[in-house]
Design a protein around this ligand. Structure first.
Ligand SMILES: Nc1ncnc2c1ncn2[C@@H]1O[C@H](COP(=O)(O)OP(=O)(O)OP(=O)(O)O)[C@@H](O)[C@H]1O
Ligand SMILES: O=C(O)C1=C[C@@H](O)[C@@H](O)[C@H](O)C1
Ligand SMILES: [Mg+2]
Length: 414
């Protein structure tokens, strides 16, 4: 097999190599290059094909001897295939975006579409959306005629597409727009894929609006590139399988529950089962505060503790592929629910109240644990995707969670 790769200037974040490997393109590498290094790369006879990302999608067009009409219309190339006469340039992002919209259940025909952002991916989205029959396409940008100060002019938008990096790791939790300002909105698409649920998509989910994240686009554009590289057809079903495989790898397993319900115990067992790292938010709080949790409570009260806990929750919540063990009261701050769900499947551990220990737990020490359970049970239910009984052996609980997690993503238990 020839040599392939993803070309960009800063590529620490790229998930492309494992995705292309999954489609059978196994000799696939990260090609991080400065602009002056590009001619040598294009002259390298070992290379058979190159994917291109920021900031080179326009630059590479002049290095192609043939440009596909769609790439010309969009004004960007993300896939270069080497032929006898030189590189041929294509744009498979458009296919990827159309696929993402389809699986998100969002259509454009006859719709008023607002596209947030005016960069390269915005041009691609505009092309796809117009070709799909949008009745009007409004581009919103900070310095444009349509901007974030006069969004009310487009309150009748039916579809909103975010092409800006707002909400992306490591600055997750912020949203470019508030969806309550768009009462006609019936579809929201966010090109960001890390975290999988940006603040914008979490709001769409809460409002019951059909929505989709950028991971299916990333995987679909890679599939279309591999079809060109390997000159073969790959079934669309394979895209969904690869998306699930990646979601399984990167989604956090999050444990919530009453103090002493077994989160740390089951979390450690799960970390072993799944070969993941367990991140304990209480330990994070102690490290960041430089004292134990009882000391922090004594010095700053519950509010002081919750403030540090909130920061730790935001930090861990946007990480990937971890087991996250929370403190019992994390669900009391409703903002933490989104922070844990943006990249996580959340499990609520339930253990009979009379079995809960109070040792070393400042809020449990003198508390009526039954009353605490009554107060918090609805919050745990609201924050979690699955409830798990932890009255049996903790090994069984860990096993149940790992089984559910693998089944949910349709992946065979590794
Ligand atoms: N399924 C179980 N069977 C028997 N004992 C258990 C089980 N799960 C947890 N325990 C025991 O209960 C106690 C509390 O467990 P653990 O410290 O894991 O709870 P936690 O939810 O992490 O508590 P906290 O909220 O205070 O961090 C420990 O002594 C642990 O060994
Ligand atoms: O981050 C990545 O690996 C990529 C992102 C998009 O620009 C794609 O167009 C490119 O092929 C790969
Ligand atoms: Mg614990």
């Amino acid at each position: 097999m020839g040599r392939y790769g993803i070309l960009g200037r800063v590529l620490l974040h790229s998930w492309s190599p494992p995705i292309h490997n999954a489609f059978g393109c196994t000799n696939y590498h990260i090609l991080q290059r400065e602009p002056e290094e590009l001619p040598a790369l294009f002259a390298d006879p070992a290379m058979s094909g190159i994917n291109v990302t920021i900031p080179y999608k326009q630059t590479v067009m002049e290095h192609c001897v043939y440009l596909d009409p769609l790439a010309v219309e969009i004004g960007a190339v993300n896939t270069m295939v080497r032929h006898a006469d030189g590189y041929h340039g294509y744009n498979t992002d458009a296919y990827g975006f159309a696929y993402m919209a389809k699986v998100g259940g969002v259509g454009f025909d006859g719709k008023k579409v607002v596209v947030l952002g005016s960069g390269g991916s915005s041009l691609m989205v505009q092309t796809v959306v117009k070709r799909a029959g949008a009745s009007s396409v409004i581009v919103v940008s900070r310095g444009g005629v349509n901007n974030y100060e006069n969004l009310h002019l487009h309150a009748d938008a039916q579809v909103i597409v975010n092409t800006t990096p707002l909400g992306m790791y490591p600055k997750a939790g912020v949203s470019p727009v508030d969806l309550t300002a768009f009462p006609c909105c019936e579809g929201v698409l966010d090109l960001v894929y890390n975290p999988q649920k940006t603040a914008l998509l979490l709001q769409a989910e809460a409002m019951g609006i059909p929505h989709g994240d950028g991971l299916p686009m990333l995987v679909a554009q890679a599939k279309a590139a591999d079809e060109l590289y390997m000159n073969c057809a790959i079934a669309d079903e394979k895209i969904d399988a690869v998306v699930k495989q990646i979601r399984h790898q990167v989604t956090n397993i999050v444990l919530v529950g009453m103090p002493s319900s077994g989160k740390s115990t089951v979390g450690d067992l799960l970390a072993q089962l799944s070969a993941r790292t367990a991140v304990d938010l209480d330990q994070g709080v102690e490290q960041s505060a430089g004292c134990t949790i009882p000391e922090l409570f004594a010095a700053q009260g519950e509010a002081g503790f919750r403030a540090v806990e909130r920061v730790e929750t935001m930090k861990a919540g946007q990480g990937s592929g971890q087991v996250i063990v929370t403190g019992g009261g994390v669900v009391k701050d409703l903002r933490n629910h989104d922070a844990l769900r943006q990249n996580g499947r959340v499990y609520h551990l339930v253990r009979d109240v009379e079995k809960l220990s109070r040792d070393g737990r400042p809020l449990s020490a003198n508390a009526d644990l039954e009353a605490m359970w009554q107060e918090r049970a609805p919050l745990y239910a609201q924050a979690s995707d699955v409830t798990v009984d932890n009255n049996g052996a903790p090994e069984e609980t860990a096993d149940m969670i790992w089984r559910d997690f693998c089944e949910y993503f349709g992946v065979e238990r590794p």
